[in-house]
Ligand binder design. Structure first.
Ligand SMILES: [Zn+2]
Length: 121
C-alpha cells in the first residue's frame, strides 16, 4: 500500500482513537459522579458499614480507570497535535521517521523502537 494512503488512514485511526478515549473518559467521569452521590448519601458510617467499604473500593477502581483514560486521551491528543503540526511519525530521539508498522501498532508512539528502548519506553 502506498505510504500516503497509510498515513491518511493513520490520521483516521487517531481520530477514532480520540473519540473512543473521550467517550471512555466521559463514561468514567459520570460513573465517578454517580458513585460520589451514592457514597455521599451514606458517608456517616463509612468505616463500619460493609457497603461503605465496597463503595470505597469501587471508587478507587473507577478513579484508577478514569486516570488511565485521561492519560490515554492526553497521549492521543498530543499525537493529534503532532499530526496537525506535520510532525507526526518523526522520532523525538533521532529525528528519523518512525516505521509505519510501529505507528499502526502504537499510534501514540513518539520514538522509534531503538530510541524508545534507550529511554525505557
Ligand atoms: Zn529514533
Amino acid at each position: 500500500m502506498p505510504e500516503p494512503t497509510d498515513r491518511a488512514s493513520l490520521g483516521a485511526l487517531l481520530a477514532s482513537l480520540r473519540d473512543d478515549a473521550v467517550s471512555r473518559r466521559d463514561a468514567l467521569q459520570q460513573a465517578a459522579v454517580d458513585l460520589r452521590r451514592d457514597r455521599g448519601a451514606e458517608t456517616a458510617d463509612d468505616e463500619h458499614d460493609p457497603e461503605g467499604v465496597t463503595l470505597s473500593m469501587e471508587w478507587e477502581r473507577i478513579e484508577g480507570l478514569r486516570i488511565a483514560a485521561e492519560r490515554d486521551l492526553a497521549e492521543i491528543n498530543e499525537a493529534v497535535a503532532r499530526w496537525d503540526a506535520g510532525d507526526y511519525g518523526r522520532c523525538e530521539g533521532c529525528g528519523r521517521s518512525i516505521p509505519i508498522e510501529r505507528l499502526w501498532a502504537r499510534p501514540t508512539a513518539r520514538r522509534c523502537v531503538p530510541c524508545a528502548e534507550k529511554v525505557g519506553g
